[in-house]
Design a binder for this molecule. Sequence first.
Ligand SMILES: *[C@@H]1O[C@H](CO)[C@@H](O)[C@H](O)[C@H]1NC(C)=O
Ligand SMILES: *[C@@H]1O[C@H](CO)[C@@H](O)[C@H](O)[C@H]1NC(C)=O
Ligand SMILES: *[C@@H]1O[C@H](CO)[C@@H](O)[C@H](O)[C@H]1NC(C)=O
Ligand SMILES: [Ca+2]
Ligand SMILES: [Ca+2]
Length: 392
Amino acid sequence: MTVLDVHFHYKVDMMMNLLLLVALVPSAVLCQDLEARSLGFFTVEYPAYTSVIDLADTPGLYDLFVTTFETQPNTTDEVYAVRDLAARLDNVSAITTELVSDEILYPNEINLVPVEVFGTPDVLWLASGFLVPTKNDGAVHLLSLQYGVPATTVFVTDDPVPWFFHRADFLDMNGDGLIDIVSARCNVTNHALMWYEHPSEGDPHKQIWKSHHIVDGPDIAFRIHELPVPDGSTRTAIISTQYFTQLLTVTWTEDENGLWNDPSKIYQRVIDKDRGHYFDLELSSWFYRIFTDFDRRSAFPSSDYLKSIPGSKPSYVKPEIILSGDDDGNVYLFTAEDDKDPSNWNYAYASIFAAEGIVGSVSVKDVDGDNYEELFIPAYSQNELHIMTFAP
Ligand SMILES: *[C@@H]1O[C@H](CO)[C@@H](O)[C@H](O)[C@H]1NC(C)=O
Ligand SMILES: *[C@@H]1O[C@H](CO)[C@@H](O)[C@H](O)[C@H]1NC(C)=O
Ligand SMILES: *[C@@H]1O[C@H](CO)[C@@H](O)[C@H](O)[C@H]1NC(C)=O
Ligand SMILES: [Ca+2]
Ligand SMILES: [Ca+2]
């Protein structure tokens, strides 16, 4: 397993320093042991990606959304929800799921669209498609739960050929006041960071969003981040873990208004290379870790997933990290060797969950408000969704 720490300035070029470690908050609190214990599991066929979401129609109650996919061609795939998780933690084996969609083939990551994008709450985004024959024509979908459950799939891109999509994010790229979709699209040989233009007229849920190419390279995962630069201002940057081309890159605009529609103002630089398949990343204002693919024993799904758990020890300087080992079958808890030493960025890790076969993307959230995080672990090959808690 390769765990890569990158911290402090990467001098990207004359115009910009990437200052990824900007401040450390001192902490006087001593180490406490973090231990996760099982609350049980319930059955879901092929659970892959999970998200815990607080919908506006039930404020303060957390729901679990789970995407599932089969790697056999010509099968259908489903997205499920479990509503009001807190009420169900005392009888996990009795949990039943609600069907959200059975219309999307190979659904990958799912999450909430920020309310500002449409001015209406409870719209989910979902990115789909992968190598499986009959399931390789992916898209970024919008699911409005207000239209009812099962939700109707809406939004198609105008891309004329099949592409896979794994994540979406939201930013007004052309400055027209309408927030656009940013995504990476790929097939095995072609990869690009794209943005999709929020239609200025008509119902945006029922129209094609025009595609705009930003740069080649990004394929699966990326994060949008405001990067501080030496003159005290910031640049909106998109940091991408390029899986197929095995590079970690940053893309940004030097447009004075932060717009992305003039290609001559877009810059892209390699931050890191020679570490294998970069897969996913989490960013905070002061540090980041990138996890690369390891121990590939099976073809699908193909990599690591990670989530940081910033709330688990609030007075700590460096966050704990939960990492799914994907096809290595484990969920790992990473803890900093030394929370207070800014020169020591080593993390120790231990497996806190071992599955038979593949583990999908884990969600971490304190859903019952006792200040201890719960973990939602899709044991893909076992057709089980496990719940754990850090509560004693
Ligand atoms: C999927 O089903 C269609 C219609 O039955 C069939 O023509 C096609 O060959 C199948 N594709 C695969 C990859 O199994
Ligand atoms: C859990 O739910 C099942 C099914 O509803 C029920 O039979 C069982 O008694 C419940 N167990 C507890 C401990 O409440
Ligand atoms: C990927 O997409 C490009 C552009 O449409 C196409 O030329 C190429 O054949 C595709 N590659 C694969 C492996 O499908
Ligand atoms: Ca826009
Ligand atoms: Ca809790």
